[in-house]
Design a protein around this ligand. Sequence first.
Ligand code: KIV
Length: 265
Amino acid sequence: MHDVTIRTLNDMKARGEKIAVLTSYDASFTRQAEQAGVDALLIGDSLGMVVQGHESTLPVTLDEMVYHTANVSRASERALIVADLPFMSHNDPLQALASAAALMKRGGAHMVKLEGGTPQMAVVRALTERGVPVCGHLGLLPQSVHRLGGYRVQGRERDDATRILEDACALADAGAQLLVLECVPALLAAEITRAVSIPVIGIGAGADTDGQVLVLYDMLGITPGKRPKFSKDFLAESGSIAAALRAYVEAVKAGRFPDRAHCLA
Ligand code: KIV
């Protein structure tokens, strides 16, 4: 058993101690991130963009997720390992169970993450009832980028904000044990964090969630093209990858990241 389990994250939420999460896709960065003290590692399907060079996460396959999750879990000794269920790998409970089994049995994941609220409830219930720990993902849903018409902040309108809040509560009721909130207004993220008992990890969601996650290549400043406004290049002011990872973890734990410059209006 790794040092960090979902119980550790629950205790951290209860104590008000911030949770530091990073994405990771391979063994070497995993070792460095764990030495820096990250609590959880997310094998995000963002690897489709930052590792594979696609325009979105949609082309990423389940086998590719299993491969990268196995790379991370072989090197990991401490952190909770969360792996994304990729696009169209969990359309119904049976397919979701088979996909989660691949990520956990072949990849070594401790938890699987899936995007979306109400339409996912049957899948979340099926997974959790059979012992698969689930992390929800609300707000900006990168797998729905074409439906949303781009990567943009979600929940600015009152109706949308209410829907996201209700989805968060419904996911927790259905058994989800962790929640990622991406690109929502800080006040909404704070309200959701108070409303649910499970830990909430924000990305572009302000400073008042239980923890933060960033895409590793964004926070090292090596993602090609335009990086999201809420992300910070920690390597630029640290001088080495190890120091940048430590600076990120320390800034999250101290509540210094995100600062005003890295919060979305
Ligand atoms: O795929 C990913 O890296 C993610 C994060 C942006 C939270 O889902």
